[in-house]
Structure formats: structure tokens, C-alpha cells
Design a protein around this ligand. Structure first.
Ligand code: ZN
Length: 177
């Protein structure tokens, strides 16, 4: 057994699992965000963003993972669970995390425009709400952000080439990328 030593309980390990989910979203043409929920060192839910596939604006990775975890737990209270997500949660998902009383939220890439775990606002630790989640940010941030940037860069490119369809100019295609 010469396998590298992997700490199966580390934030890094579980964020890799969330990144695998994000990669599945990427392959499906969805904004690449993935999430896993961990309880007692075991993953009890895995999900990726499926807004386009399900035609449902609420089908964020975290929402789907929370529903799965509630099913597995047989309880809407996830007080002993940690959620790992590749991008800082939005206000909707942060709200759901407070409602399910998650112990801890770990995210990769921060979102200063829309993040609700301290990026743009902090709903996970809002003083007047009845539950606050512990927050850890910036885990495997470069990988998480890289995947998102790559996805949106590709999307802009394909939008450009769609616009170009019709004037078929081989000289300008593929340049300045
Ligand atoms: Zn969300």
C-alpha cells in the first residue's frame, strides 16, 4: 500500500468531492457549482447545479443537496452536518441553510456581488435569525474559481460564434482569444 496519505475528514478532501459535482454540472452545460453534505465524516448528499436541466431557478446545488440530506437524515434538522460548496452560497441557499440549522458551511470561491456568507452580505450569521452557521471560505478556491471562469469564458465565446454564424469569416475566428 503505497497510496498517498489522504485525510478523509479534511475540508480539502470534501471540497474535492464538491468539485467533482461541479465538473458534472460543467459537462451538462450548467454553471459549474457542486455541493456535498457531510455528517460524522460521511457524505450523505451530493448534488450539482441543475437550473437549466430542471428549468427551475431554485435548483442550485446546495438546495438539491439539502433536500437529499433531509431525506437521508429523516429530519429537516441538519444540526450535525457540514455543507461543502464550490461557490459562496446565494441568499436563497443561505436562507435554506439557516432553516435546516446546518452546523457549518464551507465554500471555495467567494462572491463579492451576490454571496450571502460574508461576500456581499452575511445571512448565515444574521444576528436576529434563530440560527447561525459556522463559515469557512477559500478552500481550494483557485480550482473552484477556475472552473467557473472557464465556463463563462467558453459561454461568451460560443455566444460570439453564434452571432458570427452567417458572415463566416475564417480570418477572424479563433483570433484574439
Ligand atoms: Zn444558491
Amino acid at each position: 500500500m503505497d497510496e498517498p496519505i489522504i485525510d478523509l475528514h479534511s475540508d480539502d478532501y470534501f471540497m474535492r468531492e464538491a468539485l467533482r459535482q461541479a465538473a458534472r454540472a460543467y459537462e451538462a452545460g450548467e454553471a459549474p457549482v457542486g455541493a456535498v453534505i457531510v455528517r460524522a465524516g460521511r457524505i450523505i448528499a451530493r448534488a450539482f447545479n441543475q437550473v437549466e436541466q430542471l428549468k427551475d431557478a431554485t435548483a442550485h446545488a446546495e438546495m438539491l443537496a439539502l433536500t437529499q440530506a433531509e431525506e437521508t437524515a429523516g429530519d429537516w434538522r441538519l444540526t450535525d452536518c457540514t455543507l461543502y460548496v464550490t461557490k459562496e452560497p446565494c441568499p436563497m441557499c443561505a436562507g435554506a441553510m439557516v432553516h435546516t440549522r446546518l452546523a457549518r458551511v464551507v465554500f471555495g470561491a467567494s462572491d463579492p456581488k451576490g454571496g450571502a456568507a460574508g461576500g456581499a452580505m452575511n445571512l448565515l450569521q444574521f444576528p436576529t435569525l434563530n440560527h447561525r452557521c459556522e463559515i469557512t471560505g477559500g478552500i481550494r478556491e483557485a480550482d473552484c474559481r477556475g472552473l467557473l471562469q472557464n465556463f463563462f469564458a467558453r459561454q461568451r465565446l460560443s455566444e460570439k460564434s453564434e452571432k458570427k454564424n452567417g458572415d463566416d469569416d475564417p480570418d477572424s475566428s479563433g483570433r484574439n482569444l
